[in-house]
Write a protein that binds this ligand. Sequence first.
Ligand code: KG4
Ligand code: ZN
Length: 332
Amino acid sequence: MILAFETSCDETAASIFGGGKILSSAISSQIEEHRPFGGVVPEVASRSHIEALGAITDLALKEANVELSNIEAFAATSGPGLASSLVIGNTFAKTLSLSEGKPFISINHLEGHLLSPFLSTNQTPKPSMGLIASGGHSLLIKMDQVGDYTHIGSTRDDAAGEAYDKVAKMIGLPYPGGPGIDLLAKNGDPTRFDFPRSMMERDNHDFSFSGLKTSVFYLLPKLDINDRDEWLEDICASFQEAVVDVLVTKTIRATKEFDLNTITVSGGVSCNSRLREVFTEKCEAEGIELLLSSPEYSTDNAAMIAYAGQLKFEQQITTDLSEDINPNLPIT
Ligand code: KG4
Ligand code: ZN
């Protein structure tokens, strides 16, 4: 039984994995505290983690109907993320590990995301092309087996979720921007504005979303703010179609190039309804198996960390308590 913590950004989360499944997944979101600033304020985040961790741990234990003494190992995210946030959950887990005399396992946040589609679909991890699209990352990672990853592509500038958040701010929607744009896009015309699809060249697996963001920025002054209701949904739909087009096309291309037959999609942006729809249609047409992270395990959560912790524990991988957090921890 693994008790895991996730505090890499603005969610304080604890989860217990035991008996082959997630027994509890408790999350305290700080979104309301950061909303007035239009993004995450690191100092506010770390103070909030300290305040919430005790109660979130109690909740995770209670939900799972488990005593602290039943826990066999403690896991925590060690990076990448905000240093001042990572250190809180990491130190908390190490302290429990020391006081309970049980092993500690540090988990890479990105590996948590990458493995979450297997947790979501109850499948054993297998060779696959993984798209991780979140607020901090847009990554293509080839997985041969758990722990054996190859970096295939990443964003050269903004991450996909970051582009959603920045465009949302420009058009007056609250942070985080993804859910709001997703909702408005449902009634919009995705063909009204012809936004660029960057880095679509064949020999390249990287992404770029800053040109798309800038296109929205230059379009806005040309539109009449008094007619906002007339164009808002169309901007959302057109912007979203460009993001989805690039993510789906490039992921499928990389999957074929590396002779893989399975795609996994994870990270906050994998909640996006249009991304899920287009991936489903295209993978079906191409005969590629698609494993989507379920929405509850897509945005930051500790269940994906507990699951990754369980897989490490099975491989007898534990972490020395002297190992520090790393805000820039790579997945490969
Ligand atoms: O994985 P996550 O919770 O945190 C990071 O590790 O970054 O991802 C958060 C990101 C935010 O940028 C948010 O706008 C985006 O995921 N997001 C979405 C949707 N829900 C969350 N983007 C597009 N459509 C959504 N429905
Ligand atoms: Zn994340």
